[in-house]
Design a binder for this molecule. Structure first.
Ligand code: AMP
Ligand code: MN
Ligand code: MN
Ligand code: MN
Length: 280
């Protein structure tokens, strides 16, 4: 059977709808042979996912998706094959988790000013032990009838520049790459086309990322159109980065992003999994 890699996914440890075990079982059903769990700023789902993967008979890559701020842009850096027990990684994500808690209070306060009370209690209850993300706020706004889609929640309240948006200083790009590398992992720029960077800013980013020791870029992403995959392929080739692929799966109700339904990596691209096989 050919390998089917899906190297970007979320569970209830952050803003995914499925528990780590449910996620792994769904990945198996969808034909994924190697899944990376990459929750936002936490490794808490990994142990459960690893156990479920052994049971289901698929490979589980220990991953994370780190929130970073680079020249005022919020960029997501995926770490693959990390060691979740590494001290610096633990300390680093501890800081990001504190930032998330504080930001949740600030977002809730801004919503309260817009006469929308109760957000903090609701998102805390929904997130449980997991990270509180804007997805939780979007779901709250949806369930209270303030918006009719998740997208509308971002467009009207919590997206950048909207009334309940809180500008946040996350980890530095170099810092995040360093945590990943120090923990034995591979650093990957997540969904590069989502940042809407100009060509010159993209070149600056790829240069800075390479200089920091970054390894790869997502070339095949859940919602890429063919043009976006083509551009990402060119970035990878021009900057000598490996290519990753991942659905960024969050929720089975989001029918447009399913686990393991990704196009193959273009042949010219060095697959990121060659790197973790090489380091194994
Ligand atoms: P946070 O890291 O807390 O700012 O939350 C970011 C998460 O919100 C992303 O990982 C997505 O899952 C989700 N998200 C961001 N933008 C949108 C959007 N426009 N529509 C739906 N979900 C979004
Ligand atoms: Mn998310
Ligand atoms: Mn992301
Ligand atoms: Mn993601």
């Amino acid at each position: 059977m050919p390998e089917n890699y899906d190297l970007h996914s979320h569970s209830t440890a952050s803003d995914g709808a499925l528990t780590p075990s449910e996620l792994v079982r769904r990945a198996k059903q969808q034909g994924v042979t190697c899944l990376a769990l990459t929750d936002h700023d936490t490794t808490d789902g990994l142990a459960e996912a690893q156990a479920a993967a052994s049971e289901a008979g698929i490979d589980l890559i220990s991953g994370i998706e780190l929130s970073t701020t680079w020249h005022k842009h919020c960029l997501h850096i995926v770490g693959l094959n990390i060691n979740p027990e590494d001290c610096r990684m633990k300390e680093g994500i501890g800081k990001l988790q504190a930032i998330r808690r504080e930001r949740a209070e600030q977002i809730a306060a801004k919503l309260e000013k817009k006469r929308i009370p109760g957000a903090l209690e609701a998102v805390k209850a929904a997130a449980g032990e997991g990270m509180i993300t804007r997805t939780h706020f979007a779901d709250f706004l949806l369930s209270e009838g303030h918006v009719s889609t998740q997208q509308e929640a971002f467009d009207r309240y919590i997206g950048q520049g909207k009334p309940a948006y809180v500008s946040t200083e996350w980890a530095g790009l170099e810092e995040a790459v360093d945590w990943i590398k120090q923990s034995g992992g591979i650093a990957v720029i997540a969904h590069p086309m989502r940042y809407k960077l100009t060509a010159s800013w993209m070149r600056r980013l790829l240069t800075a990322f390479r200089d920091a020791g970054g390894d790869a870029i997502e070339v095949v992403c859940g919602r890429n159109d063919p043009g976006e995959t083509q551009m990402s392929t060119q970035f990878a080739l021009n900057f000598d980065l490996a290519g990753s692929k991942g659905s960024d799966f969050h929720n089975p109700k989001h029918v447009w992003v399913e686990l393991g339904r990704l196009n193959p990596l273009p042949e010219r691209i060095r697959p990121v999994w060659d790197l973790f096989k090489a380091s194994a």
